[in-house]
Write a protein that binds this ligand. Structure first.
Ligand code: AMP
Ligand code: MG
Length: 498
């Protein structure tokens, strides 16, 4: 079902809309228009994301296309078919019942060179799934979502993308009065674990099967050939989730709200809320100020993802049949995660070969970093300049540690390890700089951009977007963005409020 926009009548880019999720039927969603932001303005756009969608460079400025109206919830382009989907989920380990797109509208699915991409507005007004919410998103959280999406893409970590943020003077009440914004998100699919949980919970097995078939046919086609395609689907989601978690851990990313409604079945990072990148290395770091129990602490994320996969397995059980088989499909999570994390950490240390003691070498570095609260990103970035002949060249790295003797002891082991694989410092360094980012979206960087944006100056948002699109490049002149967080960064409190 591809609706071709007719260029003679439609003032819209020549996109091809397929809208396959919409073809599932009304058990899965409610069709309804978004609610336009009054008097909208652009806050940010991502030329990279636009290019991925096949939009021309002037997509946001051509008057006849009126993209500003489209992406602030006003008149959709021909071929778009706005809808809000229903899902449920476990929040903080407890069954939360029906949730759903309470403030998001799927505009449709468009054919691109990178495959079909769904486009969604977030903050675009109330839907039948809004519960007590106002259907809006604030400028602060919309900028945070936009920047994180594009930063994760720059890091090479699977994520939903962000095309744009539009803003408005419309007041929105959170802890204080803020203003409304709409983020446009882009993803091959916005299906979450919670979509499956919804239909399983209500014993709607035909719909559960329809949804699983949709996921298999469009996103995991190789599962169709398995003896039990639904079991294969569970295993495929298990594996991509394991790899995603390894990516997060290796870059020091904390999601903050790993509820089952916030986990993508494609293993993409989705729903950026109170997320954070580690500054000082602290395995117990909790980035979400509302997470009083520390359920979603950095070091707990891999275990929580496994817990969430159990909820997905439970939901798919009516299709799979055998509980033992479902549990067995989850089992590869542990080895896949461990293997992926070990590979990423070894690369972070610049190791080209594998040795028995590598895990201990990595663990001991992390232990030293935790004990001395060494900055996660800066430590690994400086490690690239490690001189395997001990000397002053290693001082910038050594200075990150309080217990210098302990660091020196580790450095001797590291130098010996590098020596055993005949690692050449000058060759290893560029390799390490391609896996250890110089720039990550630290909270204080986003905070400065948000403060300026509230005053109507969006330049800093764009500066961050550009910088974070190439986080491994040296980008001279932007050293301040790669530096330690200022004192005041510790006072930033990021909560679920968005
Ligand atoms: P989140 O914690 O952001 O993942 O949201 C959990 C659920 O609450 C989802 O179903 C959201 O759509 C919904 N929700 C969050 N904020 C709002 C809001 N301001 N208005 C309506 N629904 C919301
Ligand atoms: Mg959510």
């Amino acid at each position: 079902m591809i609706a071709e926009a007719d260029p003679s009548t439609a003032a819209a880019p020549p996109l091809r809309w397929s809208n396959r999720f919409a073809s599932l039927g009304t058990s899965f969603y409610t069709e309804l228009p978004a609610q336009a932001l009054p008097d909208p303005h652009w806050v940010a756009t991502s030329p990279e994301c636009a290019q991925m969608l096949g939009l021309p460079a002037d997509w946001d400025t051509r008057p006849d296309w009126n993209a500003l109206a489209v992406f602030s919830g006003g008149a959709p382009w021909p071929g778009m078919r706005p809808l809000a989907s229903v899902y449920s989920g476990h929040q903080f380990g407890v069954w939360a019942g029906q949730l759903g797109d309470g403030r998001a509208h799927w505009l449709g699915e468009v054919q691109t060179a990178a495959g079909p991409m769904e486009i969604q507005l977030k903050g675009s007004g109330r839907t039948p799934y809004s519960r007590m919410g106002d259907g809006r998103a604030v400028l602060r959280s919309s900028i945070r979502e936009f920047l994180a999406s594009e930063a994760m893409a720059g890091l090479g970590i699977p994520t939903t993308r962000a095309l744009a943020v539009t803003g408005s003077a419309l007041p929105v009440l959170r802890e204080e009065v803020e203003t409304a914004a709409v983020v446009t998100r882009v993803s091959p699919s916005f299906i979450r674990f919670g979509h499956f949980e919804h239909f399983a919970h209500h014993d709607l097995h035909p719909q559960l099967r329809t949804l699983a078939d949709h996921a298999i046919d469009h996103h995991f086609p190789s599962c169709r050939d398995a003896a039990n395609p639904y079991l294969a689907l569970l295993e495929a989601v298990t594996l991509c989730t394991a790899r995603l978690l390894a990516d997060w851990q290796a870059v020091g990313f904390c999601h903050g709200v790993m509820n089952t409604d916030n986990l993508s079945i494609l293993g993409l990072t989705i729903d950026y809320g109170p997320y954070g990148f580690l500054d000082a290395y602290d395995p117990g770091h909790v980035c979400n100020h509302s997470d009083h129990q520390g359920r979603y602490a950095y070091a707990r994320q891999p275990g929580v993802a496994f817990w969430n996969l159990h909820a997905l397995a439970q939901a798919l059980l009516p299709l799979i049949g055998e509980p033992d088989e479902a549990l067995a499909a989850l089992e590869p999570y542990k080895s896949e995660f461990a293997q992926a994390l070990t590979a990423r950490m070894a690369a972070k240390l610049g190791l080209a070969t594998q040795e028995e003691g590598d895990a201990a070498l990595i663990d001991d570095l992390l232990r030293r970093m935790a004990a001395d609260r060494a900055d996660f990103t800066i430590t690994f970035r400086r490690l690239a300049d490690f001189d395997s002949t001990p000397g002053a060249r290693n001082d910038p790295l050594r200075d990150l540690f309080v217990d210098r003797e302990a660091f020196d002891a580790w450095a001797v082991r590291y130098a010996e390890r590098l020596g055993r694989e005949r690692s050449v410092d000058a060759e290893r360094a560029p390799r390490m700089n391609r896996v250890n980012p110089k720039f990550v979206l630290r909270n204080h960087l986003a905070e400065v951009a948000i403060r300026r944006a509230r005053e109507g100056d969006f330049a800093e948002v764009d500066t961050l977007r550009r910088l974070l699109a190439r986080p491994f490049d040296a980008q001279p002149g932007f050293e301040a963005y790669a530096s330690f967080p200022p004192e005041w960064a510790q006072q930033i409190e990021v909560s679920c409020s968005s």
